[in-house]
Ligand binder design. Sequence first.
Ligand code: ZN
Length: 168
Amino acid sequence: TLLEIRKFGDPVLQRPAKPVEKIDEKLLRLIAAMFRTMYAEPGIGLAAPQVGVSQRLMVLDVAPEGQSRPLVMINPFFVEKKGKIRSEEGCLSFPGIQVTVPRAARVKVSGINERGLPVTVEAEGLLSRCLQHEMDHLDGVVMIDRLRLPQRLKALWDIRQRKKAGLW
Ligand code: ZN
């Protein structure tokens, strides 16, 4: 079964998530369900608050279609952020909305994986952007929060139109 993806407007998306305290059966089932849900959409990243669970956990897979490179990050944190880049982003919680978001060009993120082992990922390009986007979700920050006011208002207007049209 797939999980319900919470859309912008749901308060869980704007609430900082709590650290994961233990990796148990329940958490492993959640991780598996998050991957199924992300692949079904399809998407390249999903943070637990997007499925209504306010915990610091995210799953990612930015491998090209037909390939798979699943990555689980529990209680992740930035070790390094370098450079600046702006590029287009979408979000499963913002269906049909694309915005140009300023991000760090390269990041190093550490956390633990589903086996409780430490993991560190150094990334640029798509994976870097995806990591920063999902990290934001864990802090209750969504992509339009990163925009200047005019772009943010434009995005809010587009969302309103999509709601009116029954596309939200
Ligand atoms: Zn998102």
